[in-house]
Write a protein that binds this ligand. Sequence first.
Ligand SMILES: *[C@@H]1O[C@H](CO)[C@@H](O)[C@H](O)[C@H]1NC(C)=O
Ligand SMILES: *[C@@H]1O[C@H](CO)[C@@H](O)[C@H](O)[C@H]1NC(C)=O
Length: 181
Amino acid sequence: MYSKAAKLFVLVIFFGNIMENASKLEFTNFKCHVKDPTYLSFEYCFIKSVNRTYKYISLKANMYEVPITNASAKLQISRRFRSYMPITIAASIDVCKYMAYKKNLANPMLRLFEEITKKYTNTNHKCPYDHDLIIDRLPSKYLSEHFTNILPLPPGDYSFNSIWYSRNIERATISIYYTVS
Ligand SMILES: *[C@@H]1O[C@H](CO)[C@@H](O)[C@H](O)[C@H]1NC(C)=O
Ligand SMILES: *[C@@H]1O[C@H](CO)[C@@H](O)[C@H](O)[C@H]1NC(C)=O
């Protein structure tokens, strides 16, 4: 996982060089799909626009096989040209290993992951997870301020795709669609 994260970081630096100004990120869609209905279901998964400056996403996954002792994810960002094309390699993260050791926090992507899980989810603790999983009002503004510094992207339409596994079995996919302007 860490060497893949390092490669992602190199790409980040590459993209960083072609960007000048701070950019703005706005959510356009948020999709949660269950692949294994015996393992989980999504109670909710939505974007809410409170007003022009405050837009957030929330999610609640009901977990049916707790305690969860093994969880990993594959993360990738795509950009829409005619269709969505991957612009980063698929980075893998072993969530339980990460939560146990919290290594590589010098990597800005992992540090952002750490901050987001701490501030906006109930998952920032060591495995096992013996409860439902929640993302609680993650604002686009927060990602505008932090994510776009780490991974500055040219204006366009993007998707952040994640595939979630337990014991290497695909359980769910979560995608955030957003524009950068
Ligand atoms: C948007 O809503 C948030 C939360 O209710 C509030 O704190 C903020 O002042 C609002 N902004 C505008 C421009 O109305
Ligand atoms: C999770 O399960 C997979 C598949 O059984 C295994 O390869 C991996 O090492 C496990 N991760 C941890 C942290 O135990």
